[in-house]
Design a protein around this ligand. Structure first.
Ligand code: ZN
Ligand code: ZN
Length: 245
């Protein structure tokens, strides 16, 4: 009988070999083992295969396309629109806190340079952050490097420690509902989630685009599902009719 002392090196070798093998397999949960480009190609291929099977085998659908081209034209329009929306959403910025901070500081520097220009302070609408520069209005925040911190503090109840609102990774103050994304390694305004299929975060900047993508994708899946059910129904009833009694 092998003792633990003898088995331990074998188990270690096995674990090492398994670990090496697992590194070659893609994993959606592990950022190091997934490629944003491969996922995009896989998603487009999935769409093409899903719809392609139908158009290759469903003779009734091909016949209907000749008789009612507008019906399939609408389907293809939705198909293309969903893919375009996918790439538009994937390429959009979710609204990074760092970018908002830079824009806010630039607005402040404009105010310093021009005595006629004044800064309209950031406003909160459902926790969102808007930075605008108005002319001939008096700003109420003090200017300088800490102006962002002061502006962010206005969103929190009095007495809140600056440490609780500072991201320990980016070392910048987060407005409410902002969160650090470990996949992007950035803080995101109104963080919703990190979408691995899109390869980006969903936040204040692209939430609307993401909603439209989900809407178009759901409509496309339902429509394709209905076409598949119709095809299967026709095939099964045709098979029953040709079945010898
Ligand atoms: Zn951060
Ligand atoms: Zn992210």
């Amino acid at each position: 009988m092998p003792t633990d002392g003898v088995c331990a090196p074998i188990a270690e070798l096995r674990d090492r070999a398994l670990d090496r093998c697992s590194r070659w397999f893609p994993c959606l949960a592990d950022p190091a083992r997934r490629s944003s480009l491969v996922l995009k190609v896989a998603l487009v291929a999935l769409h093409l295969v899903y719809a392609g099977i139908l158009f290759s085998f469903d003779e009734d659908l091909i016949e209907n396309t000749r008789r009612q081209p507008w019906y399939i034209a609408l389907y293809l329009l939705l198909f293309v629109a969903a893919l375009i929306q996918y790439f538009v959403t994937a390429g959009s910025s979710p609204g990074y806190v760092l970018d908002a901070m830079k824009a806010y500081n630039e607005a402040n520097s404009l105010f310093i340079r021009s005595p006629t220009a004044s800064k309209h302070p950031a406003s909160s609408k459902n926790g969102s952050l808007t930075v605008t520069v108005d002319i001939n209005q008096s700003g109420r925040n003090s200017l300088g490097s800490s102006s962002w911190s002061k502006m962010v503090m206005e969103f929190y109840p009095l007495g809140t420690s600056i440490r609780t609102m500072t991201c320990s990774y980016c070392n910048i103050e987060q407005p409410p509902r902002a969160k650090h994304c470990h996949d992007c390694d950035k803080c995101v305004l109104q963080f919703d989630h990190h979408c691995v299929w899109l390869g980006t975060c969903i936040g204040q900047g692209n939430h609307c685009r993401f909603w439209w993508y989900i809407f178009e994708e759901t409509a496309l899946c339902l429509w394709t599902g209905i076409l598949y059910i119709t095809y299967l129904k026709t095939s099964i009833s045709g098979a029953w009719e040709h079945c010898p009694t």
